[in-house]
Design a protein around this ligand. Structure first.
Ligand SMILES: Cc1cc2nc3c(=O)[nH]c(=O)nc-3n(C[C@H](O)[C@H](O)[C@H](O)COP(=O)(O)O)c2cc1C
Length: 404
């Protein structure tokens, strides 16, 4: 989990969408990450979920009324607006986006948004047609042009029974995107502006027969953290993901693949115009020589599988004539520095980020934290153990220095 939210004062606005039930979990996740959370609910939101839920979760009274003398005397709209380090609206209805885009101040939430200097992040949630409506898209563009961070929405099955874009991002993804926005906003939000990144993440899956495959323990979290942070720092990001159970980071183009061969094809296609390629995926080194189209039957005999080498995606990209800045990842169980430097030179990389794996105190795979030793040319820099999102941001800053 990122340390970026530690001690931050987050004003959480909840509006009248069905996804507001997920905001209770979001409030919990923000508090777990160390944030101080105060909640404003619109009248619409209160039709879906009660203020009492959020009062119990945050330990603070929930703010609902603008023109209520008692509420205004306790903590008025200007005090709330001043208190906030960050305003997060989740879910954000089409209605609140329209009101914000037009500068309306007709309830407590929109009035606070006008009266605050805190950055605004919104997590839209609505029916797919409401989302794609030109009016909503124009409001979105206005909010983006004023600097709002937009988290999601994702695509998939919707509460209304339709399938499409407009689902609110999951609470954990909203927490992480907010943390990334906070860590990158203050002084360097645009360090990667105009740069295009291709990042591979997760394991690959090499089929043996229709029901079995060879894979590894990579969770994809480090690659997804890099994609989230790079996007928040202004880059255009294509994320090529093996089979993982992770939400797509906001505004990142995701291409799902299974095998190393598929990942190579997708990567070669994507890196054509890229400035930076970061290979984080744990690509299977081997695949079976002969895929069995029928399920292999169990017998009393031993079974030997013949394995052949998979393509080396990073080496292939690094040997292209017009190649992007190439960054490799090396997970090593021993001789970290020697092996990492060896790969840096053998594959002619621009930079390599190495981590020690396989130790009881540093499982890395599946974990939310990481630490890295980064090597480029004759240089070396250590990134201390931290949330993968923070580690990602630090690595991207090193990359930014090299490419800018
Ligand atoms: C059952 C139901 C579900 C709704 N879900 C959404 C939604 O997910 N997103 C949205 O933009 N509006 C949704 N609406 C419409 C909003 O509630 C309506 O536009 C309301 O005025 C929003 O007010 P607010 O933005 O001040 O909270 C829904 C309405 C109903 C009756």
């Amino acid at each position: 989990m990122s340390a970026a939210l530690q001690g931050k004062q987050i004003l959480l606005g909840i509006t009248g969408g069905i996804a507001s039930y997920k905001s209770a979990i979001l409030a919990r996740r923000l508090i777990d990450a160390g944030a101080d959370v105060r909640v404003i609910m619109t009248q619409g939101a209160q039709a879906f979920i009660t203020p009492l839920t959020f009062q119990a979760l945050t330990g603070n009274p929930v703010h609902t009324d603008l023109l209520d003398p008692a509420a205004e005397a306790a903590m008025g709209h200007i005090e709330l607006a001043r208190w906030a380090d960050y305003v997060l609206i989740a879910p954000a209805t089409a209605n609140v986006m329209a009101r914000l885009a037009n500068g309306l101040a007709d309830d407590l939430l929109t009035t606070c948004c006008l009266a605050t200097e805190a950055p605004l992040a919104i997590a839209p949630a609505m029916n797919r047609l409401m989302w794609s409506n030109p009016a909503t898209q124009a409001n979105l563009a206005t909010l983006v042009s004023r600097g709002a961070s937009i988290i999601g929405p994702g695509a998939g099955e919707q509460a209304c029974g339709e399938v499409g874009e407009g689902r609110m991002s999951e609470p954990e993804a909203i927490r992480d995107a907010l943390a990334a926005a906070i860590t990158t906003t203050p002084n360097n939000s645009n360090e990667l502006q105009g740069k295009s990144f291709v990042i591979t993440a997760g394991p690959t899956e090499e089929a043996i027969d229709p029901v079995r495959f060879i894979s590894n323990r990579s969770s994809g979290k480090m690659g997804f953290a890099l994609a989230t942070a790079a996007q928040a720092m202004g880059a255009e990001v294509t994320l090529i993901a093996g089979p993982v159970a992770l939400d797509t980071p906001p505004h990142v183009k995701r291409i799902d693949v299974k095998t190393a061969d598929d990942m190579l094809d997708a990567t070669l296609n994507a890196v054509k115009n890229a400035d930076v390629f970061i290979s984080v995926a744990a690509v299977a080194d081997y695949k079976v020589a002969k895929f069995s189209s029928e399920k292999i039957k169990k017998t009393d005999d031993e079974l030997t599988l013949e394995l052949v080498r998979n393509p080396d995606i990073l080496k292939t990209v690094a040997s292209l004539k017009a190649r992007p800045f190439c960054v490799g990842f090396a997970a090593e169980t021993q001789n970290l520095e020697k092996n990492a430097q060896g790969k840096l030179n053998a594959k002619k990389l621009d930079m390599i980020a190495a981590n020690q794996v396989g130790q009881a105190n540093n499982p890395v795979f599946g974990s939310d934290t990481n630490s890295l030793s980064v090597y480029w040319g004759k240089n070396k820099e250590q990134i201390a153990p931290a949330a993968k999102l923070d580690v990602a941001r630090q690595l991207l800053k090193l990359i930014a220095k090299q490419i800018n």
